[in-house]
Design a protein around this ligand. Structure first.
Ligand code: XMP
Length: 498
C-alpha cells in the first residue's frame, strides 16, 4: 500500500510515477460510470481534473477556452504585460459558444501573399477585412477561399479581390446563436460577421463551428455568470499586486502564484495580501514538495497547492540547484498533509501519459497540471513548423534563457531583481503536433477512466478514500519490470494514441 511504499521507507528512497504500478481491483461497473471529477481548489471542482500550465508556449486564451469547454481549466502565463494578460483573461470570460471574438482580420492594403501565409500558419481561409486590419475596425469586406482560389499575382491587394461590404450578409451585435444559425441557413454563407451600430466588427460566426458538436456539458463555468472559468499566474514582486488587481478586474477566477520554490516570505506575504483583498478569488500557492513547505502556505491562506519541483519535461532545476523531489513521493506526502486542511493539490509536471495522471490522482492529487502534454496542440500559442519531416511546435521552460529574457525570470528570482546573473533552470525545445485539444482531452479522460476501472475504483473520491484507508495497492517496479511494462522486443512500431 502507499503507506508501506512511502512511509515505512527506511532507505529514504523517493519514487516517481514510473517506479510504481497499481494492482488491479474488481470491476463491477462500466468505464462510462467512472466519475473523474475532482477538486482543483477549495472552491472549484472540475469535471475533468486537467490544468494547462502557465507557460508562454502553453496557455493563452485559446488554450484556456478549450480546456474550460472540456471540463478542465487553463492558467494564463505572465510573460505578458499586465494589460495583455488581463486582456487574455477577458477574452476567456467573454467567450460565447459559437462566436469567434478574436478573429484574425486583415487590412485592405494587405496582399495575397499575406493571406496565403496566414492560411498556411493557421489552417483557416476566411478573414474579415477591416479599415485598421484588426477586430473592432470598420468592416470593409471578407476574404474566403472563393476569393483567393484564382489569384495569381501574390502582390495583389486584398481590396482588389475581397468580397466587398455591400455584398455581405451581417448580423447586429446582440444576435443570439440561434438567430445567427437561421441567417447562415437562409443566406447559405459560410461566415457571418457581427457588427455594432458603427459597422465595426465585434465577432465572427462560422457555419462549420455551428455544425460541430458545440454542446459542452462538462464545461467549467462559474455558477453566477455561467462564464468559463480561467486562472492566471503572477509573481511576488511589488508590481504583481497591480497585476493581480487587473486580473481580478478582468474576471479571473483563480490566481496562481508562480514560483519554482514557493516556501518564501515573499509568497506568504502575497497569499495573505491577496486573500484579504480578494476573498472571492481562489489563490493557489507553490510550488512545494514537502509538508512543512505546504504548511506555511496553507496557514497563509492558500486555497490550493501546486506540487512538483524540477520534474517537468523542460526542467533543469534539480540539476542546477540540487533541490527537488521525485514526483510520486512529493504528491503523496503533500496531498496527505494538505487533506487535513481541506486543501486540494495539483500534481504539476512530469506527466507523460494517461497512466501518470491516474497514478497522480490515486496518490492523492485533486488535479494534474500539464505542460508538454498539451503543448503542440492547435490551441497552444505559436505556429507549427517542420523539422526532418515532422510537424512541431515550440515548447520551452519558463526558466529557459529564452523565456526568462521575455519576463519568465520572476518564477525563479523572487526579490526585486537585485541579481544580475541569470541562471537557467529550464531548456527550450519542440514537441510533436498532437492535433486539437477537442479530441485530445476526451482521449485523456477516457484513458483515466479505463485506469480507474481496472483498479476497481469508481471515482476520484473513492480513490482517495481507499488511499487513506490503505486499501489501494501499489508495488515498486524494478528497472527490468519498468522495461517490461513498456513496448519491447519489436524491430519497429507505430504508436497512435487514439
Ligand atoms: P511538464 O512535464 O508537464 O512540466 O512539461 C510542466 C511544469 O514544469 C514547470 N516548469 C519548469 N520547471 N524549469 C523548471 O525547473 C523551467 O524552466 C520550467 N518551466 C516550467 C512548471 O511547474 C510547469 O507547470
Amino acid at each position: 500500500t502507499a503507506s508501506q511504499v512511502f512511509v515505512k521507507n527506511p532507505a529514504c528512497v523517493a519514487y516517481t510515477y514510473d517506479d510504481l504500478i497499481m494492482m488491479p481491483g474488481h470491476i463491477h461497473f462500466g468505464v462510462g460510470d467512472v466519475d473523474i471529477s475532482s477538486n482543483f481548489t477549495r472552491n472549484i471542482r472540475l469535471n475533468a481534473p486537467f490544468v494547462s500550465s502557465p507557460m508562454d508556449t502553453v496557455t493563452e486564451h485559446q488554450m484556456a477556452i478549450t480546456m474550460a469547454l472540456q471540463g478542465g481549466i487553463g492558467i494564463i502565463h505572465s510573460n505578458l504585460s499586465i494589460e495583455e494578460q488581463a486582456a487574455e483573461v477577458r477574452i476567456v470570460k467573454k467567450f460565447k459558444n459559437g462566436f469567434i471574438l478574436d478573429p484574425v482580420c486583415l487590412g485592405p492594403e494587405s496582399t495575397a501573399a499575406d493571406v496565403l501565409k496566414i492560411k498556411r500558419q493557421k489552417g483557416f481561409s476566411s478573414f474579415p477585412i477591416t479599415d485598421n486590419g484588426k477586430i473592432g475596425g470598420r468592416l470593409m469586406g471578407i476574404i474566403s477561399n472563393r476569393d483567393t482560389a484564382f489569384i495569381e499575382d501574390r502582390k495583389a491587394k486584398v481590396k482588389e479581390f475581397m468580397t466587398p461590404r455591400e455584398k455581405l450578409v451581417v448580423a447586429k451585435d446582440g444576435v443570439s446563436l440561434q438567430e445567427a444559425n437561421e441567417i447562415l441557413k437562409t443566406s447559405k454563407k459560410g461566415k457571418l460577421p457581427v457588427v455594432n451600430e458603427n459597422d465595426e466588427i465585434v465577432a465572427l460566426i462560422a457555419r462549420t463551428d455551428l455544425q460541430k458538436n458545440r454542446d459542452n456539458p462538462l464545461a467549467s463555468k462559474d455558477k453566477v455568470n455561467k462564464q468559463l472559468l480561467v486562472g492566471a499566474a503572477i509573481g511576488t514582486r511589488p508590481t504583481d499586486r497591480d497585476r493581480a488587481a487587473a486580473l481580478v478586474e478582468a474576471g479571473v477566477n483563480v490566481i496562481i502564484i508562480d514560483s519554482s520554490q514557493g516556501d518564501s516570505v515573499y509568497q506568504i506575504e502575497m497569499v495573505q495580501y491577496l486573500k484579504e483583498k480578494y476573498p472571492d478569488v481562489d489563490i493557489i500557492a507553490g510550488n512545494v514538495v514537502t509538508p512543512s513547505q505546504a504548511n506555511r502556505l496553507i496557514q497563509a491562506g492558500a486555497d490550493g497547492l501546486r506540487v512538483g519541483m524540477g520534474i517537468g519535461s523542460i526542467c533543469t532545476t534539480q540539476e542546477v540547484c540540487a533541490v527537488g523531489r521525485a514526483q510520486a513521493s512529493a504528491v503523496y506526502h503533500v496531498a496527505k498533509f494538505a487533506k487535513k486542511f481541506g486543501v486540494p493539490i495539483i500534481a504539476d509536471g512530469g506527466v507523460k501519459s494517461t497512466g501518470h495522471i491516474t497514478k497522480a490522482l490515486c496518490l492523492g492529487a485533486g488535479s494534474v497540471m500539464m505542460g508538454s502534454m498539451v503543448a503542440g496542440t492547435d490551441e497552444s500559442p505559436g505556429e507549427y513548423f517542420y523539422q526532418d519531416g515532422v510537424r512541431l511546435k515550440r515548447y520551452r521552460g519558463m526558466g529557459s534563457v529564452e523565456a526568462m529574457d521575455a519576463g519568465g525570470d520572476k518564477r525563479y528570482v523572487w526579490d526585486d531583481m537585485t541579481t544580475k546573473v541569470k541562471v537557467a533552470q529550464g531548456v527550450s525545445g519542440a514537441v510533436q503536433d498532437k492535433g486539437t485539444l477537442r479530441r485530445y482531452i476526451p482521449y485523456l479522460m477516457q484513458g483515466v477512466g479505463h485506469g480507474l476501472q481496472d483498479a476497481g475504483i469508481k471515482s476520484v473520491a473513492e480513490a482517495h478514500e481507499k488511499l487513506y484507508s490503505d486499501k489501494l495497492r501499489f508495488e515498486i517496479r524494478s528497472p527490468a519490470a519498468q522495461k517490461e511494462g513498456s513496448v519491447h522486443g519489436l524491430h519497429s512500431y507505430q504508436k497512435r494514441l487514439y
